[in-house]
Every structure is written in structure tokens, then in C-alpha cells.
Design a binder for this molecule. Structure first.
Ligand SMILES: [Zn+2]
Length: 101
């Protein structure tokens, strides 16, 4: 058994803390050799080093955009991936971004 080959996905959703129906923004891949998310710039912006101040893109943070409630939580990239690893280690296949502070 090779655990490195295990495929791990976590659905990234928003419910506005239960205020609107769950929508899926993207799916995170947590494979050992491949981590990332689809739909960049549609429902989230990845960190960009040359992000302009005042734009919604972060220099070292992911910024999520919920089209339903308009919330745009942001979280540092290293924090985001360790959070998702904890979510997946807890056996959960989903993370609700409205739970971010
Ligand atoms: Zn929302």
C-alpha cells in the first residue's frame, strides 16, 4: 500500500454560516505531489506576488469569493493548506469558507 498515491479531495463550499444554500466554490486537491484548486479567478484568487494594493488579490493569501453572499475571506497560503490537511485528517470531505474569521 502506497499512501502517497492516495487521492484526497476536499470540497470548498460556502453557506454564509447557514444563511444560504451550500454552494461549491472549488475542490481542493491534497495529493502528495499535486495540490491546488480549480476555477482560479472565478471563485478565488491564488496568492500573487505582484498583486496591486487595493485589488482583491493577495500577495501571500488566497482570497475566496462567494457569489451568493459576497463574502471574500482571505487566508495565508500556508495556513490554508495546513487547515485543509487537518480537515482531511479528521475524515471530512468539505470545508465551508464562511467559517473562516
Ligand atoms: Zn456565501
Amino acid at each position: 500500500m502506497d499512501e502517497e498515491e492516495e487521492r484526497v479531495f476536499v470540497a470548498i463550499t460556502c453557506t454564509d454560516r447557514g444563511q444560504h444554500r451550500r454552494i461549491r466554490l472549488t475542490t481542493a486537491r491534497l495529493h502528495a505531489s499535486d495540490r491546488g484548486m480549480g476555477y482560479a479567478l472565478e471563485h478565488f484568487a491564488p496568492p500573487m506576488r505582484d498583486a496591486k494594493p487595493g485589488s482583491f488579490i493577495g500577495r501571500d493569501s488566497y482570497v475566496f469569493i462567494c457569489p451568493r453572499c459576497g463574502r471574500t475571506p482571505q487566508i495565508k497560503a500556508n495556513k490554508w493548506w495546513s487547515l485543509l490537511e487537518a480537515v482531511s485528517a479528521a475524515g471530512q470531505g468539505e470545508f465551508d469558507i464562511s467559517l473562516l474569521p
